[in-house]
Design a protein around this ligand. Structure first.
Ligand code: FES
Ligand code: FE
Length: 439
């Protein structure tokens, strides 16, 4: 709680104490006060389309089974046997009406109900089986085919939780009635970084692009990143969410409309599905990255150039899965528009893997520099000096960024870059959640 008190006073100055990036107590509190309280993303409905389909996913550090029962309803179940805690489901995906525990053989239906055990009539005649169902998330909802769950019985609805972020998500995913779906299971890899670093970076760090990803420009695989700062808009949305809009007109001229999608993709979009202000954002300042609190981020970018063709545009939803203090797994789904033909989907997939994947040219830049924060947090010297990280960019008196008072969309729009309003808002929300002990 000392650390939280210090975080509160530091944040007023736009600073964040290094201690919050590799501290076991902070990590445990995050699991309880953030991951067990928020709406956490689990995957896409299209990953479990049939009755009986299931997938193993995570809420914070907890393994959960996301199932579709015999009636087609989706459940989110704690993945441990109520008898002695053995992990019930040990595969990533499959189709089962029941889960049988590998230890003593208790059996649960895919809606979580205790249904049987070996020698049931001799061993458990008096057992009130209703007490021994699997734990089940009290709230499960979907939006645009994306499944979220909350372990908090008193949670607001998913739409209330997303608030203004839902508006932006429509602009990303709802440009065609067929929607989007992932091209396979998520890529997963370990990163020696803190989950918060992924969230705040993808929420609005345009500043690192010219340096951390500078080599991509040097070898001329992509260019023009310097404009990311000067022509960006930080959309800061209550609830810890944010998106980084990018002025495509200034970078590419007016033909760059709609995320620089090539014409054979763009012609499918029906912008009238979304409201006029959002249409305007999508054409002029569309988000290229964004974060839904706590640990879900979005990315839409393009490239590399391929001979004779405009570069393909790719979309990734990615999740920063906390594994321990200063350690995470990065899960990344690459999505296609369902109207795409095989070649279009393959082009988009290849471009995405090239940029953001375990071997991706951008991803490797990011995941390496993110190792620093937990390292610094473990440093005796940093602790002795009571070191804090700097998130002051663009604050009053620091830079040119101002709140756009003419903005009529959700939340706030800060422009032009460079600035770090999203990062400060992310950590302010993080702190609010951490200070709500619920006791
Ligand atoms: Fe699952 Fe015993 S631990 S049946
Ligand atoms: Fe990056």
């Amino acid at each position: 709680d000392d650390i939280l008190a210090r975080t509160r006073s530091e944040l007023e100055k736009g600073l964040v104490p290094v201690n919050i990036f590799a501290n076991a107590d902070i990590f445990d509190a995050e699991m309880e006060r953030i991951f067990a309280k928020s709406w956490v993303f689990l995957g896409f409905e299209s990953e479990i389309p049939e009755k009986g389909d299931f997938m193993q996913r995570r809420i914070g550090r907890d393994s959960v089974i996301v199932t579709r029962d015999g009636k087609g309803e989706i459940h989110v179940l704690a993945n441990f046997c109520r008898h002695r805690g053995t992990k019930l489901c040990q595969t990533d995906v499959g189709n089962q009406s029941h889960f049988r525990c590998p230890y003593h053989g208790w059996v649960f239906k895919n809606n979580g109900e205790w249904i049987g055990a070996p020698d049931k009539s001799k061993a458990y005649r008096g057992l009130d089986t209703r007490d021994w169902n699997l734990f089940k998330a009290p709230h499960v909802e979907s939006f645009l085919g994306m499944i979220f769950a909350s372990l908090d019985a008193d949670a607001p609805t998913l739409m209330d939780y997303l608030g203004g972020a839902a508006w932006f998500m429509r602009g990303l995913m709802d440009l065609h009635p067929g929607g989007m779906s992932p091209m396979g299971p998520p890529d997963r890899y370990k990163v020696r970084g803190d989950w918060k670093t992924g969230s705040e970076n993808f929420g609005g760090d345009g500043y690192h692009v010219g340096v951390a990803h500078g080599s991509v420009q040097t070898i001329q695989l992509a260019q023009g990143f310097d404009v990311l700062n000067n022509y960006s808009t930080h959309y800061v949305i209550p609830g810890g969410h944010s998106f980084l809009g990018h002025d495509f007109d200034s970078m590419f001229g007016p033909d760059g409309h709609v995320w620089y999608y090539p014409p054979d993709i763009q012609r499918h979009f029906d912008l009238n599905r979304i409201d006029p202000l959002l249409q305007d954002v999508v054409k002029k300042n569309p988000p290229i990255v964004g974060t839904i609190f706590p640990n879900l981020s979005f990315l839409r970018f393009f490239g590399p150039p391929s001979p004779g063709k405009p570069p393909a545009v790719y979309t990734s939803w990615r999740q920063w899965q906390p594994s321990g203090p200063g350690e995470m797994e990065l899960w990344s789904w690459q999505l296609k528009w369902n109207f795409m033909d095989e070649q279009q989907a393959a082009d988009s997939y290849a471009a995405g893997q090239f940029g953001f994947s375990s071997a991706g040219i951008f991803e490797q830049d990011d995941t390496v520099v993110w190792e620093g924060a937990p390292e610094a947090a473990r440093s005796v010297w940093a602790r002795k000096e009571k070191a804090s990280f700097n998130m002051q960019m663009g604050m009053e008196g620091m830079g040119q960024q101002v709140l756009d008072t003419s903005w009529e969309g959700p939340g706030e729009a800060w422009r032009p870059g460079p600035g770090e309003p999203s990062q400060r808002a992310f950590y302010r929300h993080w702190l609010r959640q951490m200070e709500e002990t619920g006791e």
